[in-house]
Design a protein around this ligand. Structure first.
Ligand code: CTP
Length: 417
């Protein structure tokens, strides 16, 4: 067994296996990103991969010796057994056609393939290779076989390859590989309390067009909503994200409906909610939209605009709550003053199950920041959370949602929540 130092005892473990392809350097970025998510990472690397990036880089960054063979690992005399036992999740970056074939047939002739054969933990393979190798029937069959065995693939994407060809084979974005790995890790460690449940989540601002090039909007970044999408997906939910225009990576493994304005968000949300088990509406929906948008660019020299007539948009949260019939509906309230008072009033007015309130005038809780300080307001309970990263806030909100859904399912009265 590998020794675990006290400051690593609470961390989750990812074993990063590196095989020989030009994308090896991106494995270094994956390692760094996993560490930023508070994960302890160890590395084993094939002799071919060492030709692309030396072990010193992985050793210095991971803070652990790197296993390069079955025989000379300083922390264990049987590294393939001990490393696979130490890991909560194993991720292979890049996974070449060769390692995929070796896994399919159970070969174990060097450290990486032997570790994979000994491994009973969840496996993530970020494949990268030449297009013709990826499309070869042998690789197609091997990938299908491994998927049947439960291996999670991060498929290569299309682009310009190192060999000069253009096609599918390029390693997926580091952010996608990390997102998938953290999702699999979370499910391995925490289980999937929302398995089999469908959730609708709205996020981001809306754009209310004045003309084809101008719109009214707000400063919502969508970060909190996207963090909730990842947390709900990690908890096993089948998530449909209804997203306004934002500048964020689409989370892996969720259905996305892109919308521009409040009216489109209303239609999409109501339609998706019909088959859903719960909804979380984080979007900063515009309260007003121009009454008379024009289909051409307004010219100041021709059309003097001195005022804009606005009409109120439909309240999506109120309507979803009306259609909920016992399903849990969560809203958000971004306020600059009287936060609790306004949140309680909103909970009542919109008749939802919970309002997540935050003071956006605070630096640690503003639009666009990576942290948030929220209060969970329910009919008979108020819970203040400390300032946390938005991912951690999302985990707390999802865990409260799970509790509310369980209480609703088993008929626990609201005051007993
Ligand atoms: N919301 C909605 N549809 C709208 C406006 C808001 O679904 N047309 C939802 C938001 O997604 C959020 C909650 O209602 O979950 C609160 O939004 P907020 O803008 O804070 O509340 P308003 O109803 O706009 O009230 P006020 O402007 O008085 O704060």
């Amino acid at each position: 067994m590998l020794a675990v130092s006290p400051n690593e005892a609470t961390k989750r473990h990812v074993l990063l296996l590196v095989t020989g392809g030009i994308a090896v350097y991106k494995a270094v970025e994956v390692l760094r990103a996993l560490q930023k998510a508070d994960v302890d990472v160890r590395v084993a690397i094939t002799a071919d991969a060492c030709k692309f990036v030396g072990t010193v880089t992985f050793e210095a960054l991971s803070g652990h010796p790197v296993a390069t063979s079955l025989y000379d690992y300083p922390e264990s005399s049987i590294p393939h057994i001990d490393l696979s036992a130490w890991a909560d999740v194993v991720v292979v970056v890049p996974a070449t056609a060769n390692i995929i074939a070796k896994m399919t047939y159970g070969l174990a002739d060097e450290i990486v393939s032997a570790t994979l054969l000994a491994c009973e933990k969840p496996l993530v393979l970020a494949a990268a290779m030449n297009t013709r190798m990826w499309n070869n029937p042998a690789t197609r069959t091997n990938v299908a076989t491994l998927k049947d065995r439960g291996v999670q693939f991060v498929h290569p994407v299309s682009g310009l390859l190192a060999c000069g060809d253009t096609g599918t084979g390029k390693l997926a974005a580091v952010s996608t590989i990390v997102d998938v790995t953290l999702c699999v890790l979370n499910q391995a460690v925490c289980g999937m309390p929302l398995a089999g449940k469908k959730l609708v989540i709205t996020a981001g601002p809306t754009h209310e067009a004045l003309d084809p090039v101008r719109y009214i909007s707000n400063a919502s970044s969508g970060k909190m909503g996207y963090a909730l999408v990842r947390a709900a997906r990690n908890a096993g939910a089948n998530v449909t994200l209804i997203s306004g225009p934002v500048n964020l990576d689409i989370p892996w493994g969720v259905t996305v409906v892109q919308v521009d304005n409040a009216s489109q968000m209303y239609e999409a949300t109501l339609s998706e909610f019909k088959q859903a088990d719960a909804a979380i509406l984080t979007a900063a929906v515009a309260d007003y939209t121009p009454a008379h948008p024009v289909d051409h660019k307004l010219k100041k020299s021709i059309e003097k605009v001195s005022q804009i007539d606005l009409v109120e948009t439909k309240d999506i949260l109120a309507k979803v709550s009306e259609e909920a019939h016992g399903r849990i509906v969560v809203g958000f309230a971004a306020e600059t003053n009287n936060v609790l008072e306004y949140a309680k009033a909103k909970l009542k007015r919109k008749n939802c199950s919970m309002i997540v309130a935050n003071d956006v005038s605070r630096k640690d809780s503003s639009f666009g920041s990576d942290t948030n300080c929220v209060t969970l307001v329910m009919p008979h309970e108020v819970e203040h959370l400390p300032t946390l990263g938005k991912d951690e806030v999302a985990v707390r909100v999802i865990s409260k949602l799970v509790q509310l859904m369980n209480n609703a399912q088993f008929g626990v009265a609201a005051q007993e929540v």
